[in-house]
Design a protein around this ligand. Sequence first.
Ligand SMILES: [Zn+2]
Length: 264
Amino acid sequence: MVIDVHHHLPFDWEPYVEKLRKECERLGIDKIAVIAPVESNDLLVEALHQHGDFLIGMGFVRLGEDSPRTVDHLKGAGCSGIKFIWPLKNYDDDDFMPIYARCEVHQMPSLFHLGIVARQSTDRLMDVSMARMQAIQLDRIARRFPDLPIIGAHLGNPDYHIASELARMHPNVYFDLTGSTLKKKSPEFIGEVFWWARNEQYGKMGHGVPPYQKILFGTDVEVELMEDVLGDYQRVMDTLDMSEEDRSAIMGGTAAGLFGLSDV
Ligand SMILES: [Zn+2]
């Protein structure tokens, strides 16, 4: 099963999902985890009602405004995971622990935006700061909620070394390589930060998950650019001469497990 773990639905989602279905069929993508359009969970839930066979819902939770009950509500409404971005304090602030506890109880994979973030007209209103969305802040969350599947976006761009070490240390931490990461960094660089994949002694340490299998396929672009991102992932897997097991885990096998879907 091929799963894209990071995709945004636009406000006008209905015609978009039709296009998305066609393109995913062409590219061999079976399921796609979609983030609430314009942070509207109501629109996401509507989309899930119509396309539940294809879409995996990632509800939006605003850390600092929403409560743990928001997570319960999203679970009840059919969302499988949660997307976090623009927190009002650091991701690892005490205040947010009850929210992560709820995500863990419900086994909702949690996708954290990390690092650089586009500038938008709403930044002032949303009080956006990239200092609150750093890879290192996942460390406390991963230790405190060992059964919470954590997906860090963009391999922590630009904190790649910290992000990959978190993947090594924590059985429950995974990363996608979306955003500008595969444009500015070479496949060899990805191999470098996942260094323990090439070290027999360290490769067997940790928690038994093969190193490259901590990478998840995601696109985070509009439908027209998905093929380009797929090509970038392909280049990384080819250049690093990854095994068939690693490739199928990256492309969806691991995500299927995290989202409780049976792999095919
Ligand atoms: Zn995104």
